[in-house]
Write a protein of this length. Structure first.
Length: 168
């Protein structure tokens, strides 16, 4: 295979990998939405049928599952899909880094969700550490994602139109 063929193959494998990750972010987000809604339904039933107001830990688990788990995962997935591809020679953007961010965010958000649900019934030290470390993981996951995506956040074509005097 010549150089052009090799480079085309590597570009197409790279973009297929990126699209798989996009779907993974979005479908994992839908999973978090389902988990968050179930806790929401449980809290609502307890409140309306039994007069038991939601435990702050359950509220936190619900809120983070729907906002961070669903809304943020959707945003991260769609950004991965929409932003311009990395330029040739870009050493910062690597799909493996985004994949690492995906796994760190998924595992830490799951641990945080389960840990916070469990915290509504238990004060065990292990659970406190689990929730705290999961939060640290979430911060780290976002940091890796945005560090990696930084160079893909750029205009494509619009700077040429801006140079011609267009404003948008
Ligand atoms: C994507 C949809 C949803 C979002 C973004 C969302 C967001 C939130 C947020 C931010 C809170 C915290 C409010 C606070 O601290 O005062 C909350 C609380 C709550 N949510 Fe949701 N929620 C959603 C869907 C649902 C659904 C479908 C249910 C029930 C079937 C539900 C039941 C509850 C309950 C019972 C509370 C606690 C309210 C209280 O303090 O008494 N949520 N939700």
């Amino acid at each position: 295979m010549d150089d052009i063929g090799r480079s085309t193959l590597s570009t197409s494998l790279r973009s297929r990998h990126a699209y798989t990750l996009v779907r993974r972010f979005i479908k994992t987000g839908i999973g978090f939405l389902a988990a968050g809604l179930l806790v929401g339904l449980y809290m609502l039933t307890q409140r309306e049928l039994f007069g038991v107001w939601p435990h702050p830990y359950l509220r936190s688990a619900h809120m983070h599952a729907v906002f961070l788990g669903f809304v943020m995962f959707l945003i991260l997935g769609v950004a991965l899909w929409l932003f311009p591809r990395a330029e040739t020679g870009d050493t910062r953007y690597r799909p493996e880094r985004v994949e690492a961010a995906y796994w760190i965010l998924t595992l830490s958000t799951s641990a945080r969700f389960l840990g916070e649900v469990a915290r509504a019934w238990s004060d065990a030290d292990g659970l406190r550490w689990l929730v705290l470390l999961a939060g640290v993981g979430q911060v780290g996951g976002f940091a890796i994602y945005f560090f990696t995506m930084w160079t893909r956040i750029r205009p494509v074509g619009s700077h040429l139109r801006e140079a011609k005097g267009e404003r948008f």
